[in-house]
Design a binder for this molecule. Structure first.
Ligand code: ADP
Length: 584
């Protein structure tokens, strides 16, 4: 044999007892086998080299990983150590298995001493009873929650704690413990409680303010009612020429004072958030007719025109607060006429958008008056502010009208916009959304009494009123209107009279001695006289308390007529009530 045999082949040949002669005989075969052994050796060497290299790489990667883990865990420990909130781990028996250092700050207890101990050794209710039922240890899956608890700490301090816990589960979904946090929210809670207390106090103060305003309003309006009423009466009683001027001044001043009182009371009510908007079906046409009848004459007196322009698609009926809509329009139109010496004032109403169940209406009040200087445009919307200091002297006013309009529109989700050029005129505009009403036809003329009412002849009215001056005024009016009337000085007398007589209407003052107007109305409705179930009972009051309208309805009354009243308006209102047209 010439070739050098591989050591393993050599060993096999020796083991198999293959002598040299035989080896020669099978030499070619042995050559091939030998070659296979050799190439296997070279492969093996290659694999070993690769393996060696990989294992070295693995070793380095491992070292890097270990160092990363150490960095991360030291960062986590740092975070957990410095965080102000307690972070904990707990086993399924409710024993702490980890607590960060914040535990010592919160409780004054040692972390090491507490590990392995049950949570309720610290977590106690404000009476010091361990909160053993805080965690349902028999039902780990129910223990993922967050609760604010008032606790008594080991040093006897009462603290509000926010306790959050979450169950930890294995890959197979088996609960193996809990993690969570405990946060001291005592300061937060104290602030929250202080805020609640302050809110209750504020509500009480607002209520007291409303009651005060309501009483004040009654106190102020009752004598005003008499002054206005008497000045009207005196004017009707053919005064001498020299008296006429004084009487007109008296009438103007008392009406002006009333406007001021109304504005201030209204502004207060709106500013203190006590105003609630009504949502009732109303006829816009009705409001516009009213505005026309008030302002047509005023404009004529100044020799200017007052025009109402209406979109042809303007709906008949809408749902909203008609009193407030009409209050805004009255204010803006009255300003426009007040500040216009020549030309015209236009109220323009357009349907801006109609959806399936609502309308958006655009209202514009344009005048050709004195205008508002650019630098005063913001100022005029503030309360008690007027564009010029001599405005009050020249035109009167309190500077509250625009502030009231702005707030009212804000409550209705709208804004009041102004465009104006000095000496050319002003335009105030706003948009309002109204729900569509289901009532499509507004019947104004469901007459109870046939025909037109020229006076109140044959109409029997019961007036419940305790104020002597007011009695005198209303007596004079009712006599002049030829009405048949009875006066009751308190609610009880009114009840007696309503039982034994058949009236067409009852006008009821609300604040009266012996029995007030609310109780009297309720008692009248329940009384034996069957007519009293349907008789119109209207509160005739100077009160402006919040929700007064809904309160008078609760006591069975039909509506409210505010005092002091303009006699012409009162006459119109009474006739409308008798015709069942009046919607107060
Ligand atoms: P008041 O009219 O009672 O003074 P308002 O709040 O209604 O109070 O108006 C504030 C001021 O804004 C008015 O005094 C007046 O200077 C100015 N103003 C309001 N409307 C107009 C208008 N149409 N034209 C000119 N100035 C106006």
């Amino acid at each position: 044999m010439s070739i050098k045999l591989h050591r393993l082949l050599k060993r096999q040949l020796k083991k198999g007892g293959v002598d040299e002669q035989t080896q020669l005989l099978i030499a070619p075969l042995l050559d091939q086998v030998n070659e296979a052994y050799m190439s296997f050796d070279s492969d093996l060497y290659h694999i070993e080299t690769v393996l060696e290299k990989s294992s070295q790489e693995l070793y380095h990667a491992n070292i890097q990983l270990q160092s990363n883990v150490e960095t991360i865990s030291s960062q986590l420990t740092k975070i957990a150590g410095n965080i102000r909130e307690v972070i904990f781990e707990m086993d399924l028996n409710g024993n702490w298995s980890y607590l960060n250092p914040a535990w010592e700050t919160l409780t004054g207890l040692n972390v090491q001493e507490n590990i392995g101990k049950p949570y309720y050794i610290f977590m106690k209710d404000e009476k010091g009873k361990p909160l053993q039922n805080l965690i349902d240890l028999d039902n780990p899956n129910a223990n993922t929650f967050s609760k604010s608890i008032k606790c008594l700490t080991t040093v006897g301090e009462k603290k509000w704690l926010d306790f959050s816990i979450k169950v930890i589960k294995t890959d197979k979904g088996i609960a193996e413990g809990y993690i969570g946090t405990i946060v001291d929210i005592t300061n937060l809670k104290k602030t929250e409680l202080a805020l609640i207390k302050a809110k209750i106090k504020e509500t009480k103060a607002n209520k007291a303010k409303d009651e005060f305003l309501s009483t004040m309003s009654h106190e102020i309006r009752t004598p005003l009612n008499a002054v206005i009423g008497i000045s009207h009466l005196l004017l009707l009683e053919n005064p001498k020429i020299e008296q006429l001027e004084n009487l007109n001044a008296l009438k103007y001043s008392s009406e002006h004072l009333l406007d001021l009182v109304n504005d201030i009371l209204d502004f207060n009510k709106i500013a203190s958030g006590l105003l609630e908007l009504e949502k009732t079906d109303f006829s816009l046409e009705h409001i516009l007719n009213g505005l026309h009848s008030i302002f047509h004459h005023k404009a004529k007196e100044k020799n200017i025109m007052f025009i109402i322009k209406k979109d042809t698609s303007l709906p008949q009926m809408l749902i909203g607060d008609s009193t407030r809509v009409s209050q805004i329009l009255t204010n803006l139109i009255s300003n426009a006429i007040k500040f216009t010496e020549e030309g015209k004032v236009i109220l323009d109403i357009e349907v801006a958008e109609e959806t399936k169940d609502s309308y958006q209406l655009d209202f514009m009040i344009k005048d050709t008056g004195i205008g508002i200087p650019e630098d005063k445009k913001d100022k005029v919307f503030q309360s008690f502010a007027q564009a010029n200091s001599d405005t009050t002297r020249k035109y009167g006013g309190s500077g509250l009208g625009l502030a009231i309009c702005t707030r009212l529109l804000e409550i209705m989700g709208s804004t009041l916009n102004l465009e104006s050029v000095e000496d050319k005129g002003s335009e105030f505009c706003f948009s309002l959304n109204f729900k569509k009403s289901e009532i499509t036809n507004f019947h104004e003329s469901t007459y109870k009494i046939d025909g037109k009412l020229d006076d109140l002849k044959g109409v029997k009215i019961l007036v419940a009123e305790d104020n002597k001056l007011n009695i005198m005024v209303i007596e004079k009016f009712l006599t002049q209107w030829k009405a048949d009337y009875d006066i009751a000085e308190n609610g009880l007398i009114a009840l007696d009279k309503a039982i034994s007589n058949d009236y067409d209407m009852i006008l009821m003052d609300l604040q009266m001695p012996v029995m007030n107007g609310f109780d009297a109305a309720k008692a009248i409705r329940k009384s034996n006289n069957p007519l009293n179930k349907i008789i119109p009972i209207y509160a005739l009051s100077a009160s402006t308390g919040v929700n007064i309208k809904s309160k008078i309805k609760d006591f069975g009354m039909n509506g409210l007529i505010c005092k002091p009243f303009n006699p012409t308006e009162l006459y119109r209102t009474i006739t409308k009530i008798l015709r069942k047209e009046f919607v107060a």
